[in-house]
Design a protein around this ligand. Structure first.
Ligand code: PBG
Length: 332
């Protein structure tokens, strides 16, 4: 790229002189269309319970989902992501509750698809909210068994599709699960159900508050490093995405977000596929606490989301989604 002119003829500050001009030349912006809101569902009736590790985020009983979905509709957020807080007595070593047609996710899907059919829904495919050991797969001979886990994940995905889920999001990091799920969906004629693969999911320290939110934190033995990615690696991320697209992924997720902007930018430049970024619970809680304690200005939240757009994200899954959508509405 050729630089045209230099100081004093060229002054880059000229285009920063007023708000309207900065707005005019801004290269990236966020809109409500870029946001996905995660929602935690719990058992019981008439319950809206604050999650301690995630200030400002609640768990809703199924009958109370309306309260948050009305907001999602009002502020025109295109999609929500559902996560269950499964009671301990429904957890076992195989995560059987994942296949119960009356589990929290299925009941949540029914509510949304009947009362809020205009809102898109994505559901995680993984066993960790349902297993007594907190892992995403089943344990055989002391290992998270890849191929046996896939068999269950395929059933979980089919159940979600039957209940009306629009976007199936495998977050388990087993090898080969995207291909297996696509094949099973097609066999049942779910041609229009998309797969958003968590293609790049690092074994991150920043999932802590989420694990607390779905109740798997205290259960988790050891860590997830035998299936989630090593955060020292970058080349591996190309291989992960390449394979998942070959297997039939329609969109890919990169996770976490803020510490992985290099990965987002690389993947965006290399593959022709929508890239979704997950600003995970640890990133959220850090920022949210700092904003609440007035250590950071509220604008830090917008800055963080814009950084994902600048890196190449099509959309961002974030616990800030509603707050941001409200703010955007105020501005416009
Ligand atoms: C479950 C799952 C996790 C997250 C999304 N799906 C946690 C994990 O893999 O341990 C993390 C989300 C967040 O931290 O906000 N497989």
């Amino acid at each position: 790229m050729k630089t045209v002119g230099s100081y004093p003829k060229t002054r880059l500050r000229r285009l920063r002189k007023s708000k309207w001009l900065r707005n005019l030349v801004s290269e990236n912006n966020i809109s409500n269309n870029d946001l996905v809101l995660p929602i935690f569902i719990r058992e019981g009736k008439n319950k809206i319970e604050q999650i301690k590790s995630m200030p400002g985020v609640n768990r809703y009983s199924v009958d109370k989902l309306d309260t948050i979905l009305n907001e999602v509709r009002k502020f025109k957020i295109p999609m929500v992501a559902l996560f269950p807080y499964t009671p301990n007595n429904k957890k076992d070593d195989k995560g059987s509750e994942a296949l119960n047609p009356n589990n929290l996710i299925c009941r949540g899907l029914k509510v949304i698809k009947t009362k809020f059919p205009d809102i898109g829904v994505m559901c995680d495919v993984a066993l960790d909210p349902y297993t007594s050991h907190g892992h995403d797969g089943i344990i055989i001979k002391n290992k998270i068994d890849n191929d046996e886990t896939i068999k269950i994940l395929v059933k979980q995905a089919l159940l979600q599709a039957e209940m009306g889920c629009d976007i199936i999001a495998p977050s388990d990091m087993m090898d080969g699960r995207v291909g297996a799920i696509r094949k099973a969906l097609d066999k049942k004629k779910f041609y229009d159900v998309s797969i958003l693969s968590y293609a790049i999911k690092y074994a991150s320290n920043f999932y802590g508050p989420f694990r607390d939110a779905v109740g798997s934190k205290s259960k988790l033995k050891k860590n997830k490093k035998t299936y989630q990615m090593d955060y020292r690696n970058k080349l591996e991320s190309f291989r992960e995405v390449g394979l998942d697209i070959k297997e039939g992924a329609d969109l890919v997720m990169i996770k976490p977000g803020m510490f992985y902007l290099d990965i987002i930018s690389n993947i965006k430049n290399k593959f022709n596929v929508p890239v979704i970024v997950y600003q995970v619970s640890g990133e959220y809680s850090l920022l949210k606490n700092a904003i609440r304690n007035k250590i950071l200005s509220e604008d830090a939240m917008i800055e963080s989301i814009i950084s994902f757009k600048r890196s190449g994200a099509s959309a961002i899954v974030t616990y800030f989604a509603l707050e941001i959508a409200k703010k955007i509405k105020q501005i416009n």
